[in-house]
Each structure stands twice: as structure tokens, then as C-alpha cells.
Ligand binder design. Structure first.
Ligand code: PEP
Ligand code: MN
Length: 623
């Protein structure tokens, strides 16, 4: 049950209450506050619910309806993010775990780990204790395999995941591994579950071959009951009557689980399908269905793999899959970030040197799309700081008040945001990264409001503009305000029950509003690309894109000769836009994005040629 405490209960009174509960054989757990402090009570207490209700300091007692108490959303409504070193699984990131089915040798593990890391995998997998159907099949390298995994981590700086098949392996796992996997065959091995619960390391809990969702969640409950809340659920297909695939991937488990539990959910399409060519389609579908990540088997020489070669992707296929996921993720409000590890490390290193927490500025207030972009890019690696204008962000970075800024550079429907290009030209700052956000607009109002109650709708002028088609079906008064989050805030405190706001979904949570209509923007292909700006380039060996501004000389063929450089070097140009140079009528500046790291050593002569052919030339950043 959930015991809600009286408002502003002094800490001593809370301690007193907990002691009284414990005296009544209540197993008490700290719960995250929801509108007030709460205590979770597990199991059957030694007194009645009524007696608990009468204890001093208790405001209310609520029964938890589901059998999975700690795992369910009643006790813990907010999403859990599982931290594995620098990687956060859950929330807005798609985390991909990739590697061979089994560790076969140091050379094999390093070869594959290099490939998957380069393609953007966040963690490396490889089995050392293999639960095989036949006792005569390869059983894994055991401790030797774990040592190899630890060496992969040391060499490449990537966290490692492996399966633990018995509590007797706990010490070895503690020594060598970052995430312990409980395999499908052990989902209900309760001694193993209790053991990984006590170990306290992040756990990846696979769904059993015939496990129901409730049984699976009860297994996770075993781990949380031991005090370990760092659990990632992994759907890997269930046994059905269908023989064309190894198992049947239950994608509907994702939305079902998202409602029931706060734990992150990833999908393993490799063991689900058992066939290489089926893996990528199911991986793409899993992300579209809302999964927080994927576990994919990859092998550089699958024909000779010691296990599961038939379902292992070639590195090239894995790279292509990662590019597809990169495109799909923003559709469902998430992102796959290829250089996440590099970047977080740079930010962390700076923090260690300068000690203070890094700060990142965005324009507007909490709950705007800029704020979402900031959270999506930095996670908890930097503090998000709201600032009033774009220029104030650039100023604050220059003056050192903040370390980074995040500003929109272009929208897929309305084009470039010239003010920010101008600021990038004028300030001596650098683009160090980017994030694309899908702009989904929603009609929000106080809980209990019906569509027919609405008389007036507030939003940023662009929010209103983007929803014209939906709005034209109603006779509502439309009121333009300075930003979407401001509209939501005003509706939340308004006395007028007929008011609604058009804003992003996160503002509904922040201001306690209900979603009356979701996705009401006319054109669903509405994305904004934000760039992250800092004082100096970050060391990013994975940079694959350069943004630059240049103006061509005032002579025939000037722009042509610049573009010829790209053509000759086979450099792919993904953006070319011109705009007038302020104060110089009929002269133009070009915004160019190319798919290469123009500041790499190898391209120094190319860079020199471009500078030579341009009148003005500035690299805004390589990222
Ligand atoms: C594995 O991931 O290596 C594995 C054996 O998977 P599962 O437990 O899902 O069969
Ligand atoms: Mn396998």
C-alpha cells in the first residue's frame, strides 16, 4: 500500500511514523514524491489498514491494485532511467546494445566491438556462460570470456553486458561486467533473481520463452524487492505455434508495459526471429512502437560463429540499421545519438577539471521545445538554463556564465532561422552537435475539460499557424502569446474553464494539464533541427558533418568553382541556401552543410582551396 504523509510533516515526525510502521511489521520503502511525500509498504503488515490510517502524520492510505508493487506505476509514476557508466537507458534516448552471441576470442570480441561502437552502439554484448539447448554445443569461454569483455571495456571505453546463469558467478560478474543479463530460460529462477537484486548492478531481464507479461513483471519485482531498481526489461520473442520464425516477437508488449511499469524496455529481434534478414525490419518496428533500445547480435564472420551465426547481422547491415533507427526515432519523440559516448565524456572531463556542473542555455521557459531539445541532448550531464533571447544565449556563452547553448537552426516546414545563422557568423563560437526534434502540437486543458467546453485557445503564433486545419473545424477565439509553455501555464492557472493551450506533450505534465487532442498539427513532418553551441570545438573523432558560411567572389563562375571542390573530392553537400548579406544589396551569403569533417588533417588542402576561392569563409563547426 501507499501511505501518503500529511503536508509539511517535520522530518522527526516522519521518522517516528516509519518506526511505528516497522514496529507493526511493515516493510517500508522510500517512494519518489508525487504532489507530497509517500511511503510504500510491501507485503502483509501486522496491523489493519485502518490502524495505519490512524497513525499520526498519515494523510491517506492507498491500496496498490497490481501484484507488482515496486515495478508498477502506482508507487513510481515517473520513468526510470538506468545508468550504465555514461549511458542512460530509458527516457528520450534509444540505446543499442550490440555484439556477438558468444565471446569466442579476444580478437573476435575486439573486432566486433570496434565495428558496433563506430556505428553508434552504446554497450557491447557477448555471452561467456551460454545456456545452450544441447550439452554438446559450445558452452562459452566462462571466466576467460569475462576477462575478454573487461579488456574490450578497457581498450574501447564501452560498457559490457553478459549473461549470468548461476548465483555462483556473482563475484566474477561484479569484477568484470557492467550489466548482468538474466536470460529467457532463467526468468523465473528466483534464487538468481534475488542474487542479481542483491548485487546492485544494472540488470537486463529477458522475457521467458512462455512468460506472461505479469509473470515477467513479478520477476522484475524480485530484483527491485532486494533494493536494486536498475532493471531493463528485454522482450525477445515468445514461444508460439509459428515455425517460420524462431520465436514470435511480441511488439504489443511494449505499449502494454509502458502503461504498467516505469522500467525501460528494450527489444532483441535477433533471438526473436532467429534469421538475419528478419532482424532489421523488427528492430525498426520496435523503435516505432516505443522501445527504449535494442539488443542486436552482430558478427564479422557469422558463417564461422560458434553460436547463433544465422541471426547475426554483418557489421555493414548493423550500420545501415543504425542509420534507419536514427531517422525513425524522432518520429516517436526519441533520438539515436551516434556520438553520445564521446560527447558525454568530453562534458564530464570538463566538469572534473572545472569542478562546477556544466550549464546549457536554451531560449524560453521550462517546457518549450527548446527545453526538450536541451534535455534530449544533454540528459543530466548539464543543467538546463532558460534565457530570454537567442542573443542572450550567445552572450552568456561568450562571457562564461554558461558553457553551452542550444538554438534552433532550421524547421522542416518554415526553413532556416536566420537570426541564429547571423549570431553564429558574428560570435566566435562553435557548433559542437545537433539534435532533431519532432514538433507535435496538442490541445491541452484542465483535467475534466471536454472539447465542447472550449471557447478560447492560446499558443505561440507558430503553434496556431501549424494547427490551422484542426482549428478551422471549431469556432474558437485564438489568442497569440509569447511561447507554447507560457500558454499552458496560463491555462493551468486560469479561472475560465473554457480555455485551452496548443503546446508540446511535456508541458501537459509540467503544468498538470490533460491532453484533449493529440498530434493536431496540419503537417506531421514538422521537425526542428537544433544545434549545440560552445566556446571551443570538442574533440570528436566521429564528426561526420560540417556547417559553414561563405560568400563567393563577385566574378563569373565564383560559386561554381567552390562547388567544384566538393564535387572533385566526392564530398556530399546536404544543404545549400542563400540569403542576402545585410547592408550589401544583391549580394548573397551561402549556408552550406557537407557530410564530412572538414577540419580533419586529411582535408587541410581542400579547406585551403575553399578559403582561397571564397571572399568570406567560416566553419561554424564539425560535429
Ligand atoms: C542471449 O542473449 O545470448 C540469449 C541466450 O538470449 P535469450 O535468453 O533471450 O535466449
Ligand atoms: Mn544468441
Amino acid at each position: 500500500m501507499i501511505v501518503e504523509l500529511e503536508k509539511d510533516l517535520p522530518p522527526e515526525a516522519k521518522t517516528d511514523l516509519i518506526l511505528k510502521l516497522k514496529a507493526n511489521r511493515c516493510d517500508c520503502r522510500e517512494l519518489p514524491p508525487v504532489a507530497g511525500e509517500r511511503i510504500g509498504v510491501l507485503g502483509k503488515p501486522g496491523c489493519s489498514e485502518e490502524e495505519i490510517r490512524r497513525l499520526p502524520g498519515v494523510a491517506r492510505v492507498l491500496r496498490v491494485k497490481t501484484p507488482f508493487k515496486l515495478v508498477g506505476r502506482e508507487m513510481h509514476p515517473q520513468d526510470t532511467r538506468v545508468r550504465v557508466g555514461d549511458v542512460l537507458v530509458g527516457g528520450e534516448n534509444i540505446s543499442v546494445i550490440a555484439g556477438p552471441c558468444a565471446v569466442e576470442s579476444l580478437e573476435q570480441a575486439l573486432t566486433i566491438a570496434r565495428e558496433v561502437k563506430r556505428a553508434g552502439a552504446a554497450l557491447f554484448r557477448g555471452g561467456a556462460f551460454k545456456p545452450r539447448t544441447s550439452p554438446y554445443s559450445f558452452q562459452g569461454l566462462e571466466e576467460q570470456g569475462l576477462k575478454i569483455l573487461a579488456e574490450v571495456r578497457e581498450t574501447l571505453g564501452i560498457g559490457v553486458v553478459t549473461e549470468m546463469t548461476s548465483p555462483s558467478q556473482a563475484d566474477l560478474m561484479m569484477k568484470y561486467i557492467d550489466v548482468v543479463q538474466v536470460g529467457a530460460r532463467n526468468m523465473q529462477n528466483f534464487e538468481l533473481l534475488k542474487c542479481v537484486g542483491r548485487m546492485g548492478k544494472p540488470v537486463l531481464l529477458k522475457r521467458g520463452l512462455s512468460g506472461t507479461i505479469e509473470e515477467w513483471l513479478m520477476s522484475a519485482e524480485y530484483i527491485l524487492a532486494e533494493g536494486n531498481h536498475q532493471v531493463i526489461l528485454c522482450e525477445r520473442g515468445i514461444r508460439t505455434f509459428e515455425p517460420y520464425t524462431r520465436n514470435t516477437l511480441d511488439l504489443s508488449a511494449i505499449p502494454v508495459l509502458k502503461k504498467l511499469t516505469h522500467l525501460p524496455i528494450i527489444v532483441d529481434p535477433s533471438h526473436a526471429t532467429g534469421m538475419r534478414e528478419k532482424v532489421s525490419p523488427m528492430a525498426r518496428s520496435a523503435v516505432a512502437a516505443g522501445a527504449d533500445g535494442l539488443m542486436i547480435e552482430v558478427h564479422h564472420d557469422p558463417e564461422h560463429a560458434l553460436s547463433d551465426g544465422a541471426q547475426s547481422l554483418y557489421p555493414q547491415q548493423f550500420r545501415q540499421l543504425m542509420r534507419d533507427i536514427y531517422v525513425i526515432a524522432p518520429v516517436v519523440g526519441k533520438q539515436l545519438d551516434f556520438s553520445h559516448l564521446e560527447r558525454v565524456r568530453v562534458i564530464e572531463r570538463k566538469r572534473q577539471n572545472g569542478s562546477a556542473r556544466q550549464r546549457a542555455g536554451f531560449m524560453g521557459r521550462i517546457g518549450t521545445f527548446s527545453h526538450k531539445a536541451c534535455l534530449q541532448y544533454f540528459g543530466d550531464a548539464a543543467e538546463a538554463v532558460p534565457l530570454p533571447t537567442f542573443q542572450s544565449i550567445f552572450e552568456a556563452i561568450r562571457a562564461g556564465g554558461i558553457d553551452y547553448g542550444i538554438v534552433p537552426l532550421e524547421n522542416s516546414l518554415s526553413g532556416s532561422i536566420h537570426e541564429n545563422y547571423d549570431l553564429l557568423r558574428d560570435y566566435d563560437l562553435r557548433i559542437i552537435g545537433e539534435v532533431k526534434i519532432r514538433i507535435m502540437q496538442n490541445l491541452l486543458a484542465k483535467p475534466g475539460t471536454d472539447l465542447s467546453d472550449i471557447r478560447r485557445v492560446l499558443s505561440h503564433p507558430q503553434g496556431i499557424e501549424q494547427c490551422r486545419q484542426f482549428l478551422s473545424q471549431h469556432q474558437w477565439e485564438l489568442v497569440a502569446v509569447s511561447d507554447t509553455a507560457g500558454a499552458a501555464e496560463r491555462v493551468s492557472v486560469s479561472q475560465d474553464a473554457g480555455e485551452a493551450a496548443i503546446a508540446g506533450l511535456i508541458t501537459a505534465d509540467i503544468y498538470g494539464l490533460a491532453v484533449i487532442a493529440e498530434g493536431i498539427e496540419t503537417n506531421p513532418r514538422n521537425y526542428t533541427r537544433f544545434v549545440v553551441v560552445g566556446r571551443e570545438p570538442i574533440e570528436n573523432r566521429l564528426a561526420s558533418k560540417t556547417s559553414l558560411i561563405l560568400s563567393a567572389k563577385n566574378e563569373p563562375g565564383a560559386l561554381f568553382s567552390i562547388l567544384q571542390v566538393f564535387a572533385e573530392q566526392k564530398i556530399n553537400m546536404i544543404k545549400l541556401e542563400s540569403r542576402p548579406i545585410p547592408g550589401e544589396p544583391w549580394r548573397y551569403m551561402f549556408y552550406i552543410d557537407i557530410e564530412t569533417d572538414l577540419e580533419s588533417e586529411a582535408l587541410s588542402t581542400v579547406r585551403a582551396a575553399l578559403v582561397d576561392k571564397s571572399e568570406y569563409f567560416k566553419v561554424l563547426g564539425c560535429y
